[in-house]
Design a protein around this ligand. Structure first.
Ligand code: KIV
Length: 298
């Protein structure tokens, strides 16, 4: 009989992994949930060490990692590549991979097939998708396939053009009530949590109180059950204005620019490398080498 350990079934959490039901327990206890995006292994390791509960491999990668103008162009293959890097490093946090635009709108079957790819090929623990309405049935189909799924309503970047740009949502009574209904429908369909993006704080608080599953806010005030920020926003990894809801905890773009300036200056002036950055050769070997070189010249 083989002694090789059996590969756990997809529904079996890896050792040390935060159990998904713990999210709802945290909400019940009033413990806030921290989520951050990450797109590579070193960032995922740092996020894990910082104690975040959730890492989102967001389709924001299209803009902050891949240089696109919007999230539309990123593909399932791109998301699998990025997710695989994150899941190699993240141990305790649940890793959620975004279903990118075009990977779930066509049918429930398409949504389930691509969610399966993100789990099997990317190693994700769960998936996230944007929208309600027809997307409620996608959430239900994915949850019914025993895959954890997170909803995302409010400002949904994949439909930014339809929404008239990256602007706050739910700012009229009617729109706010629709968001509440959407959130309840997603919960009813089996979502394990809901991201609320760019929604007035009061509206997000009412929605959070109406649900038993946690809400994770981004630009939705402090009444949600958790918060999420994009890695590059949180760390100040780019120049220029950030959305209103971003709190920058560092200015890494400035630090990196400064470090690169000093590096280029040192290379040009010969200050780098110094003796401690190079390898030694024993004196007798060097003498023999130099003799060998001289012999070739004669
Ligand atoms: O793609 C992403 O990073 C997201 C967050 C903004 C929630 O969906």
């Amino acid at each position: 009989m083989s002694t090789r350990p059996r590969t756990p079934a997809p529904s079996t959490p890896a050792p040390g992994k935060l159990p998904l039901p713990e999210l709802a327990e945290m909400k019940r206890r009033g413990d806030k949930i921290s989520m951050v995006t990450a797109y590579d292994a070193p960032s995922a390791l740092l996020a894990d060490q910082a104690g975040v509960e959730l890492i989102l491999v967001g389709d924001s990668a299209a803009m902050v990692m891949l240089g696109h103008e919007s999230t539309i162009p990123v593909t399932v293959d791109d998301m699998i590549f990025l997710t695989r890097s994150v899941t190699r490093a993240a141990r305790r946090p649940l890793v959620i991979a975004d279903l990118p635009f075009g990977s779930y709108e066509v049918s429930d079957e398409q949504a389930v097939a691509n969610a399966i790819r993100l789990l099997k090929e990317g190693g994700a623990d769960m998936v996230k998708l944007e929208g309600a309405g027809r997307m409620v049935s996608r959430v239900e189909a994915i949850a019914d396939s025993n895959i954890g799924v997170i909803g995302h309503i409010g400002l949904t970047p994949q439909s930014a053009i339809k929404l008239g740009g990256f602007r706050a949502q739910g700012r009229t009574a009617k729109a706010a009530l629709r968001l509440l209904d959407d959130a309840l429908a997603l919960e009813g369909a089996g979502a394990s949590a809901i991201v609320l993006e760019a929604v007035p704080s009061e509206v997000a608080t009412v929605i959070s109180e109406a649900l038993t599953i946690p809400t994770i806010g981004i630009g939705a005030g402090s009444g949600t059950d958790g918060q999420v920020l994009v890695w590059h926003d949180l760390l100040g990894l780019y120049d220029g204005p950030a959305p209103r809801f971003v709190k920058r905890y560092a200015d890494l773009a400035g630090d990196i620019a400064d470090a690169l300036d000093r590096y280029v200056g040192d290379v040009r002036s010969g200050l780098f490398p110094e003796a401690q950055h190079t390898y030694a050769i024993p004196a007798d070997e060097l003498a023999e080498f130099q003799a060998g070189v001289a012999a070739r010249r004669t």
